[in-house]
Write a protein that binds this ligand. Structure first.
Ligand SMILES: [Zn+2]
Length: 336
């Protein structure tokens, strides 16, 4: 029986089919609209809530990183740069600047009348005694490579600029052995003494360059107290500052450091947790042009390369799986 009331023997009722088709089409359209509505609601939810939430969180993170790069809240012009090597020989290592780049940088610092502070002075200089109209910079050298003496010292001397050198006390007069790069010649005792007499700060970069966070309290004490003693014996002056290898530190490490007699420390990982006397630094690397370094000084970079690098480089340190892999399969040998 058709809805129209006509019966056409066994033939399908055309009108019934029209209704059926119409009903089916309506269902399809409704389903499509429901589906579209669901998609629309999902899109609205994403664009109105999820995207602003992620973007806002990211912006907050970038702003907090940027605002905390300066160690003194009222002194936006205190820059702390972390160097390793000043060399023209190596083109494959990240942690070096060329002598020409370094020379041009010092020239900029000199022309802009930046006042240089040692790491210790930067960490402990009372805020209210800093001339807020002046600009300050601290040049820090980790690892104690010999090229600091041969390449950096003559340039620093020309412009009467002081620096801080953090030395791996167990490798004096020897070679570096803690990263994937070719071992580099370390400073000698005589060179360290001469650097200290010239007015530069000598600090400890531990005894063997371990990741201190991974050590026991006893081992940390050994690394920090022995290195301090060795360096003080060489220079005849107290060693008050410490630079954490790989920038890796924790409050446990810092508390032990204080017990060993340290008053200031240098870090480049976890900047947001570093407050004086632990000073955050900005790393300088081979891929930085002078203009890049000046941008770092003027704090125009929201997130420093140092943070990015610090998340990667510890995985290449001595004792890590990457290090062992390198030893087994001789990868990285083409760097040498
Ligand atoms: Zn180091």
């Amino acid at each position: 029986m058709c809805r129209s009331g006509q019966v056409i023997s066994n033939m399908p009722c055309r009108l019934t089919h029209y209704y059926t088709y119409l009903h089916g089409a309506t269902l399809v359209v409704q389903k499509y609209i429901r589906k579209s509505m669901t998609t629309l609601l999902i899109n609205l939810f994403i664009w109105l809530f999820v995207v602003p939430l992620i973007t806002g969180t990211l912006l907050l993170f970038l702003n907090s990183t940027k605002s905390k790069k300066s160690i003194h809240s009222n002194s936006s012009r205190t820059a702390v740069l972390l160097f390793h090597s000043v060399s023209d020989k190596s083109l494959t290592e990240q942690s070096h600047v060329t002598t020409n780049t370094f020379k041009r940088l010092l020239s900029y610092i000199h022309k802009q009348k930046y006042r240089t502070l040692t790491a210790y002075e930067t960490a402990l200089f009372p805020e209210n005694k800093i001339d807020t109209s002046a600009s300050y910079i601290s040049l820090i050298f980790d690892d104690g490579f010999e090229n600091f003496y041969t390449n950096a010292i003559p340039l620093l001397k020309q412009l009467d600029i002081r620096a801080s050198v953090f030395i791996v006390a167990g490798s004096i007069d020897s070679y570096s052995s803690w990263d994937i790069y070719k071992p580099q010649k370390q400073l000698s005792k005589e060179q360290i003494r001469s650097i200290s007499i010239a007015g530069h700060e000598i600090g400890s970069h531990t005894l063997s360059h371990p990741d201190l966070v991974l050590l026991s309290d006893k081992e940390i004490t050994h690394e920090l107290s022995e290195s301090k003693k060795i360096l003080e014996d060489i220079t005849g002056t107290p060693v008050k500052s410490l630079s954490f290898p790989f920038g890796s530190w924790s409050m446990r490490v810092w508390n032990i450091a204080k017990e060993c007699g340290y008053e200031a420390a240098v870090a480049y990982r976890k900047h947001n947790r570093a407050t004086p006397p632990i000073i955050p630094t900005t790393g300088v690397y081979a891929f930085d042009s002078v203009e890049d370094i000046i941008e770092k000084i003027e704090k125009k970079q929201a997130v420093s390369n140092a943070i990015q690098r610090s998340l990667i480089m510890p995985h290449f340190a001595k004792g890590t799986p990457v290090w062992k892999f390198r030893k087994t399969y001789n990868i990285f040998n083409y760097f040498r």
